[in-house]
Design a protein around this ligand. Sequence first.
Ligand code: FAD
Length: 481
Amino acid sequence: MIESYPRGTHIQYHQQKLTLLYSAMRHYSADLKKRKFNTLYHHLTDSPAQGDYTTVLAKWIDQHRIREIHLLEPNEYDALHSLPALSKKLGVPIHSHPSPQFLVPRAEFATWASGKKHLLMETHYRRLRTERNILMTPQGQPEGGDWNLDDQNRRTFREFAKEKPKVPPLPPPVKDPIVQEVAADVSKLFPQHPGQAANLWVPTTREGALDWLKLFLRQRLEKFGPWEDTMVDGETILFHSVLSPLLNLGLLTPLECIQGAEKAYRDGKAPLNSVEGFIRQILGWREFIHGIYWLKMPEYREVNFLGADRPLPKWAYTGETEMRCVSQAIHGAVDHAYNHHIQRLMVLGNYFLLGGYEPKAVLRWYTEMYLDAYDWVMVPNVLGMILFADGGFFATKPYAAGAAYQDKMGNHCASCRFDPKKKDGPDACPFHSLYWNFFGQHAKLFGKNPRIGMMVKIWEKKPSAEQKEIRQRAQRFLDAQ
Ligand code: FAD
């Protein structure tokens, strides 16, 4: 096992992400030793500069007369495609084996996608539920009669304030000797990376991950559905699961999360709308995004359909912006290396989309900031889902939203210096002008889109003086960021 210092410096990975990875490795190695496996281990602090995989492997191959290498198929395009050259360089064959991290093999997804011009998550999800018999009746129908129970979910902040559901507290930082030792190494070796290594708050062992899953199923799954799109100032996770860091690292498998949720429904512990909503995320979105990555790489990384070219704002790593919703999301990312989906998509993603920020810079920011960030999941989510940089291969429209959305789904506006109801003047929420400016800029591209063509028509009906004023206000705002 190799803790590669050079790999850790490719970009400025959040300190908690590095602490999670290396702690999980050290725990796993200790466990293997306990079970009498021979392990070779290169620590971060063992000659960091010489710690790249090839150098360390070459030394071990020589010292221990290793004749072949077996590994789980890498889930990163560049890593997978570097294997033939690596094998040649090291002078030993490398054998890849299928990974248990996903339910749908890459080839199966490619067969399903073959010949389709646009791919829809919903169709893939329904196929999987039927074929894998997940949340289905014995007659082969979706449990409860409907595939999608979103009409019971996606509730607003106003409803949240009325019902006042009790939100479980955020788990405290992990205190075990291995994590503390790794955190000390990480903060010493990667001092300029965002976040505080010592504040890692998710488990780093298989046992810890299973307990974390049980806690979610017991404490938060019941309320997951209704509040999955709600945003509450100061609440980092609400009823989300925070399972992605553990799933993506291989400490949990998707099937055990899905089966745990289905069991909670069948035992009467959680309602169908929450359980279906949660299973849709893992069986639906996670598998779909993974399939898209392998289908579209390596060209996917280069897409820029909207020709966006703005460099990241100055406050991307500090959160020092007056827009309260954006600043809260960035603080969440810096403090916890985590944002829930709506903050990623509808606050930050929306801001980067409307502001015309350069896809590669945005991709890098997201990949740096989160505990669960890996190439396979970031590339489609950032380039396809939030930036529409692939021209709508799987998103049927850009997820663009104005100030009214933020005001409806969250309560950040209540403590923001901008007013979501004002359309002009110094207190008008910038999302207002950014939103209309976006449709003005891309009117030709989106005029015929059945889902958002209407917004282009509304833009075109605005008097030209108003259009000019909106454009100028958006430009002034963006230039100052
Ligand atoms: P929950 O809300 O509890 O959802 C349950 C699980 O569903 C997640 O753990 C995750 O495994 C899965 N899931 C849901 N949506 C997606 C999706 N779009 N893609 C893949 N899996 C999904 N997810 C990552 O795992 N890693 C990332 O680096 C990542 N980056 C994202 C960047 C952007 C711009 C966007 C819009 C989404 C990103 N997502 C990413 C997807 C999703 O936001 C996170 O999986 C989720 O917020 C993780 O928190 P959670 O475990 O509490 O999720």
